[in-house]
Design a protein around this ligand. Structure first.
Ligand SMILES: Nc1ncnc2c1ncn2[C@@H]1O[C@H](COP(=O)(O)OP(=O)(O)O)[C@@H](O)[C@H]1O
Ligand SMILES: [Mg+2]
Length: 220
């Protein structure tokens, strides 16, 4: 479903990605681990089209993502890709329900249909009682689950998560893992997750190790 090869990225003199290749199958949960500064976030942003590589190719469902630009790219990202970050980045002025709906409305879908989908998703994630709450009224774990619902609203091909449990206590982190697994089991949802959390890495189908701008074979 996702294939990238030869991904290179420099920030000025800094050679951050040195020719990364990666393949993710549909319905897989893949984790990326590695020390701080290894280039994990940069890779995730590039695969998620939030940043562009200096060279290399990325195919998502056979679409050459690296050739998309402007409105086509924004449209593709909105419909095909979901993101969950360490900090939820929910919009503080909007309710949980509205936060989840917004990417659906941006996609031009019917308002009511999006609202129904968002309500169903939030209920599925255990937030049925919190639809009308603004982010500040929610716990850290709840905020992150709203962010997951928002990532899923347009039924993306893949969800990229960058240290999604980095800001959660161990109980909430565990609940978020279980949620990812449930979404994979129930909807065959594909995930690529950057994490420092050993437990989250262990429950993945595959763990990729990143070091100095490359994915390295584990325990060579
Ligand atoms: N926008 C940027 N401008 C300059 N340097 C950056 C930028 N983003 C990341 N870097 C640098 O690239 C390297 C890899 O960063 P990052 O991908 O965030 O690593 P990781 O997520 O593995 O900790 C680091 O040395 C970081 O300082
Ligand atoms: Mg990072």
């Amino acid at each position: 479903m996702l294939t990238a090869r030869g991904i290179q990225k420099h920030y000025a003199q800094l050679h951050v990605l040195k020719g990364v290749a990666i393949t993710i199958n549909r319905g897989e949960i893949v984790s990326i681990v590695g020390s701080s500064g290894a280039g994990k976030s940069t890779l995730l942003h590039i695969l998620g089209t939030l940043d562009t590589p200096d060279s290399g190719e990325i195919f998502l469902n056979e679409i050459p993502v690296h050739t998309l630009k402007g409105k086509k790219l924004a449209d593709f990202r909105n419909k095909q890709i979901g993101f969950v970050f360490q900090f939820h980045h929910l919009l503080p002025e909007f309710t949980a329900l509205e936060n989840v709906c917004i990417p659906g409305w941006v996609a031009g879908r019917r308002k009511k249909e999006v609202q129904e989908d968002a309500t169903r998703l939030l209920k599925l994630l255990g937030l049925g009682e919190r639809l009308e709450n603004k982010p500040t009224a929610l716990s850290g774990g709840e905020q992150q689950r709203v962010a997951v619902a928002r990532a899923l609203i347009n039924k993306p091909s893949i969800v990229f998560a960058d240290e999604p449990t980095g800001n959660l206590d161990s109980k909430n982190a565990k609940e978020l893992h279980d949620l990812f697994v449930q979404l994979r089991t129930d909807f065959n949802q594909t995930f690529l997750i950057v994490t420092h959390n050993e437990e989250l890495a262990t429950m993945s189908d595959r763990v990729l190790h990143m070091k100095d701008g490359l994915i390295i074979p584990p325990n060579p």
